[in-house]
Write a protein that binds this ligand. Structure first.
Ligand SMILES: Cc1cc2nc3c(=O)[nH]c(=O)nc-3n(C[C@H](O)[C@H](O)[C@H](O)COP(=O)(O)OP(=O)(O)OC[C@H]3O[C@@H](n4cnc5c(N)ncnc54)[C@H](O)[C@@H]3O)c2cc1C
Length: 417
């Protein structure tokens, strides 16, 4: 059987799974890819914000979270929502998030993510030098725009934390912001920005489909799409994957890259992954007359704008503990309203081609879980807000861990394991 012949099986063909398949193939391993959908990157990776955020790696939980809590519970912040639930896993995750909401953890988690992001940037460049995949990749630069002095000060603190680690970021006042991106003249109330000139952007779906072609044509990757794994069980020295349709395959080495679904898949094996769905929305539309060329983060409305060729992608909203992948029409309308308010001329708002929602697989530390769970079974999941950014570096680490090239560890999860 083809499955038994592959050296390694990757479960999940999102950006993380595709990058992991590449990390295995480039080492000369024969790779099998197993995916429930009919193609790559149709889950959380499909229409994400497009930002390869190699410098902006700030963890979700920090001291500022405590101030946001009353607004979150009262539903006052249009960009955030919390679906309350009595399930103990939800409370465990929430308490673990709060345990990370202090400056010590914020610093540690942000620097952990930064190291992974820097590794991702290097690995992405190496891949593209070897195989120039077309996914509208470009170094667009990014402006993280602030509307208050307090916000700017918080931005400055994070910049100073990361600068000694080789991050290229500068503080700009409102006039300098317009020099970098004149299209921001339409945005009201700007106090200043953190400018990261080296930030990149690209279309994650195009990347995944392009990489799949390279892996199939040049590295003999075997891909099984439409194989929806219902269970993973030990089978002697191998792992058996049983599909919902009754098909089965075995493999000696398995890396689970199933995004938010990784927790449910691994729970029967006694593994408890601290993963929470944080639902977000995106839209893709033709560029408007004042579309920015530089990637923009509007910190007040918590939106990102990213130019992908002649299209603009806008992403935002964080609905914690919302597990439905269907876009809620009212939530989408609110998101669209925020986007139009933020940059009215950025897009042709009547020409929106994609209205999309996805579930960010989020951990309390914002760092992914890259670890050997049992002999021959490795996890590479939990990339939250930054999975597109972190995919290439995480893939490299997952292979190092799986092949014992590096001592196994639960990245950034010392307190969660
Ligand atoms: C609105 C939004 C905007 C975002 N913007 C950005 C951004 O600008 N920059 C950034 O870096 N990150 C961004 N992210 C985060 C990023 O998209 C995710 O972290 C990333 O896509 C996670 O990738 P993944 O491969 O782990 O998960 P997925 O893409 O969900 O892939 C998991 C795959 O596993 C498959 N699978 C699951 N269960 C099974 C099973 N039982 N059997 C077979 N297959 C299975 C799924 O079908 C899926 O294809 C954003 C996310 C959202 C929602």
């Amino acid at each position: 059987m083809a499955a038994a012949r592959a050296d390694i099986t990757i479960l999940g063909a999102g950006v993380v799974g595709m990058a992991t398949a590449w990390a295995a193939a480039r080492r000369g391993l024969s790779v099998q890819l197993v995916e429930g959908a009919q193609g790559p990157a149709l889950g959380a990776s499909f229409a994400n914000g497009g930002q390869l955020s190699y410098a902006y790696t700030d963890a979700m939980a920090g001291p500022g979270l405590w101030k946001q809590l009353p607004g979150l519970f009262a539903g006052r912040d249009p960009a955030f929502r919390l679906k309350l639930d009595a399930h103990p896993a939800v409370w465990r995750w929430g308490l673990a998030l709060l345990a990370n909401a202090n400056s010590t953890r914020l610093r540690r988690n942000t620097l952990d993510i930064l190291a992974l992001a820097q590794q991702s940037e290097r690995r992405m460049q190496a891949l593209l030098d070897q195989h120039p995949i077309d996914f509208q990749h470009r170094v667009a630069g990014k402006l993280h725009v602030y509307f208050s002095d307090a916000g700017l000060e918080a931005g400055r603190r994070m910049l100073e934390l990361k600068r000694p680690h080789g991050v290229e970021q500068v503080m700009l006042d409102a006039a300098q912001v317009l020099e970098v991106e004149p299209a921001l003249a339409q945005m009201t109330g700007i106090r200043g920005a953190v400018y990261s000139p080296g930030e990149a952007a690209g279309d994650p779906w195009k990347f995944a489909t392009g990489l799949l072609d390279v892996l199939r044509e040049r590295y003999g990757l075997q891909a099984r799409f439409g194989f929806n794994v219902a269970s993973i069980t030990p089978d002697g020295a191998a792992w058996r994957l049983q599909s919902a349709q009754g098909e089965a395959l075995t493999t000696r080495r398995l890396i689970v890259c199933a995004g938010i679904h990784s927790a449910a898949l691994l729970r029967p094996l006694g593994v408890c992954l601290p993963l929470m769905a944080v639902k977000g929305y995106s839209l893709t539309a033709p560029c408007g007359s004042q579309a920015p060329a530089v990637s923009i983060t509007d910190t007040a409305r918590k939106l990102v704008f990213c130019r992908l060729g002649e299209r603009i992608r806008v992403a935002g909203i964080a609905d914690i503990n919302d597990w439905s992948t269907e876009p809620d029409p009212r939530r989408f309308e609110r998101f669209l309203q925020l986007a139009r308010e933020s940059l009215p001329g950025a897009a042709d708002w009547d020409g929106i081609s994609h209205r999309w929602a996805g579930l960010r697989p989020s951990t309390p530390t914002s760092t992914p879980i890259i670890a050997n769970l049992q002999e021959g079974l490795t996890c590479n999941a939990g990339h939250g807000m930054l999975g597109w950014t972190l995919a290439m570096g995480s893939a490299e680490r997952a292979l190092q861990v799986a092949l014992a090239e590096d001592p196994p560890r639960l990245a950034g999860h010392g307190s969660m394991a």
